[in-house]
Design a protein around this ligand. Structure first.
Ligand code: FAD
Length: 502
């Protein structure tokens, strides 16, 4: 049964689909937008507040981001902040906590200090906190269960008064509500409407077919259906050189509020997934949620029935996929990480193993202070590139050039929702011959260029130098080797050249 012709249909009402709908309705002259959602409500999968870490990933404390990536995430994160402030959603769906990246031991401390120097121009509000300051700001990262200070040197770079946390599930609902309020555009949401196929229409545009037997017509279709975007792309013959590896993430949660803000650890450069962090959960009385873990599960959706067959179809397993997986598994760091993450799901045993990891953040953490967060977590749809036999960590977007886009958005996809929407919007208006009010968009959702403030940076650099000098003094004092006699004189004169020769 033919229902209606939309100018744009969006498949999937997670945060990505919701953001695009809002942007199209508010900033373009597109008149009709249809959103087709498989489930009974908006954002029941990865965008739900319990599925992700609720973090606005700006790039300032994420040590797995390069400066280039941070410059992009900063811009898109700002859009989330500006949207929430514009609609007065602060302290309703967007919250402020202190946040920090924590370096433990001399190597990580030096890494963070160096990183501060590299990133402080982009993020002039960052501060450097030594152990004394951390005792005041985040005491549980300093003291063990007996109230003794941890022995290692620690330092953090962080910020106090930034918007750090968003309930992305609620934000998705707000985005769709606000899109519907735009009078110049008609936005319709169809729940319980699972798209099964997208076909080229014999007249113009596309026919979108659904499991309940209805067909919807559109000039342009954007699929923002998480891992199922690739599933639907494959059904149309696009992205066949890609497979999807669903990496689920689980969490552990404390019984009481333990950390005052977000505490991120330093990324192990050999691992493809973000290091463990602790975050106050705005949906669980600010109790600390540690995670996420990373485990490949043979299904595309967490906590929903089925999707096992969809997993196999979307993986498109062949020799190239096997080689891509083997490349990962043969790296000992990654292999150990995968096995360890498997144990994080094994009842009873998991808490003991997790305790060891989480104690890196909170040295005095006790077994009875936290539990496995049942029902929390989601799936990151990571993409495997068959041509290169490689796991891709970023987002994947397939634009066919014929009025179709398929997006897969692993972390930090929720933070990037309005940025990704802007990218697609620009192409959609061009393709459909419509107009984009870029001035209005920039005025409302962007903050212009970064404006480095030299004074706070200068004073923070002084703190960096003090911490470095302290480390050097301690090293001078205690870190001495003891050698009685030096029999091989040559070695002591030119130790490095001697080692090279050997
Ligand atoms: C453990 C974990 C932690 C994370 N932490 C963060 C974080 O702190 N900050 C951050 O920015 N990002 C984070 N992310 C990533 C973020 O959650 C996702 O990038 C984001 O939610 C993706 O949104 P989406 O709308 O693209 O996909 P989803 O939220 O998965 O929504 C897809 C929608 O499409 C619908 N759909 C699927 N198939 C069909 C179909 N056939 N027909 C119709 N509808 C369909 C689904 O029902 C769903 O509503 C995290 C992810 C995980 C898993």
């Amino acid at each position: 049964m033919a229902i209606k012709n939309f100018e744009v249909i969006i498949v999937g009402a997670g945060i990505t689909g919701a953001a695009l709908a809002y942007e199209l309705a508010r900033y373009t002259d597109i008149k009709s937008i249809g959103i087709l959602e498989k489930y009974e409500d908006i954002a029941t999968l990865n965008s739900n507040g319990t599925s992700n870490s609720q973090t606005v990933h700006v790039g300032d404390i994420e040590t797995n981001y390069t400066l280039d990536k941070a410059a992009v995430t900063k811009k898109t994160a700002k859009m989330v902040e500006k949207y929430c402030l514009q609609h007065n959603y602060q302290n309703k769906i967007m919250f402020s906590h202190q946040k920090m990246a924590l370096g433990i031991g001399d190597k990580e401390v030096e890494f963070l200090l160096h990183r501060y120097e590299e990133f402080s121009e982009l993020f002039p509000y960052l501060e450097v906190w030594d152990k004394e300051k951390l005792k005041e700001l985040e005491p549980r990262v300093v003291f063990d269960e007996n109230g003794n200070e941890r022995e290692e040197n620690i330092v953090a770079i962080g910020a106090k008064d930034q918007w750090t946390t968003v309930d992305f599930g609620k934000m998705a609902k707000c985005l769709i509500d606000d899109a519907k309020k735009e009078e110049s555009s008609e936005v319709e949401l169809f729940l319980n409407t699972q798209v099964t196929d997208i076909e080229k229409s014999s007249k113009r545009g596309y026919v979108v077919k659904t499991a309940n037997g209805n067909s919807y017509y559109a000039d342009f279709v954007v699929t923002n259906a998480g891992a199922h975007s690739l599933f639907l792309a494959h059904r149309m013959g696009f992205g066949l050189n890609l497979g999807c590896l669903p990496v689920s993430g689980s969490f552990y949660i404390t019984n009481e509020k333990m950390l005052n803000g977000k505490v991120y650890m330093i990324q192990n450069p050999k691992l493809p997934f973000a290091a463990l962090h602790g975050d106050p959960d705005v949906l669980a009385d600010e109790n600390t949620r540690f995670g996420p873990t990373a485990l490949v599960l043979p299904k595309l959706e967490r906590y929903k029935e089925g999707t096992y067959m969809d997993f196999w179809k979307t993986l498109r397993f062949d020799a190239n996929i096997a080689k891509a997986l083997w490349k990962l598994f043969k790296e000992s760091d990654i292999r150990n990480y995968i096995l360890r993450n498997f144990i994080f799901e094994v009842p009873f045993l998991n808490k003991y193993i997790f305790l060891k990891d989480a104690r890196k953040i909170v040295p005095g953490l006790k077994l009875n202070e936290f539990k496995y967060a049942r029902g929390f977590g989601g799936v990151r749809p990571q993409v495997l590139n068959k041509d290169e036999q490689k796991l891709l960590l970023g987002e994947a977007s397939i634009s066919t050039g014929e009025g179709l886009i398929f997006n897969m958005t692993p972390s930090p996809g929720a933070t990037s929702c309005l940025g990704n929407g802007l990218r697609d919007l620009k192409y959609i208006v061009k393709y459909l011959g419509k107009n984009f009010d870029e001035q209005k968009f920039n005025d409302e959702l962007t903050d212009g260029d970064t404006c480095p403030l030299p004074e706070p940076i200068r004073s923070q650099k002084a703190v960096v130098n003090l911490i470095r000098a302290e480390i050097a003094r301690t090293s001078e004092k205690y870190n001495k080797n003891l050698h009685y006699n030096k029999p091989d004189k040559d070695f002591w004169d030119k130790p490095h050249s001697k080692i090279k020769d050997a």
